[in-house]
Ligand binder design. Structure first.
Ligand code: FEO
Length: 171
């Protein structure tokens, strides 16, 4: 059985993950409007991953005898100044999510909730990858300084990202 405090905090994280999905879907729409379909595809995969993150927590709350309460999802931004500005925003957002996951781990430790702590370690590791993949694109965009040829190449490269369903990744 999960404590009320832990349940409430995990419910908050379900909302934060769904907001992340909403944010990346909005970014996909921005890239579509620029005809950068590879960038848009990258964002679609990112959105799908965020839904999986939310569902993992959703299922865990239920598994532990808790109750999921869905709250309103805030509207994401819709405009950015450039592809670089988008990926800088992704990087900042993922750092914020890492902070939220760390807070959850702190609470699990405080509550002596070992099961939740163990469950959250998957997210701790995932955040390392989330931050690094966003930062990698930021660095690539900075290096090419919006040179049209570079953008074309990067768009093609990012478009190759594919969504891996959780069963296949074993997580
Ligand atoms: Fe669910 Fe992008 O962290």
């Amino acid at each position: 059985m999960i404590s009320e405090k832990m349940e409430e905090a995990l419910n908050g994280q379900v909302n934060a993950e769904l907001y992340s999905a909403y944010l990346y879907l909005s970014m996909e729409s921005y890239f579509k409007s620029l005809n950068l379909n590879g960038f848009a595809g990258w964002m679609r995969v990112q959105t799908q991953e965020e839904v999986i993150h939310a569902m993992k927590i959703y299922d865990f709350i239920n598994e532990r005898g808790g109750r999921v309460i869905l709250k309103a999802i805030e509207g994401p931004p819709t405009e950015w100044d450039s592809p670089l500005a988008v990926f800088e925003a992704v990087y900042v957002h993922e750092q914020k999510v890492t902070g939220l996951i760390n807070d959850l781990v702190d609470l699990a430790i405080k509550e002596k909730d070992h099961a939740t702590n163990t469950f959250l370690q998957w997210f701790v590791n995932e955040q390392v990858e989330e931050e690094s993949s966003a930062d990698e694109v930021v660095q690539q965009l900075k290096m090419m300084e919006n040179a049209p040829g570079g953008m074309f190449m990067l768009d093609r490269e990012l478009g190759q990202r594919v969504f891996t369903p959780p069963a296949a990744e074993g997580g």
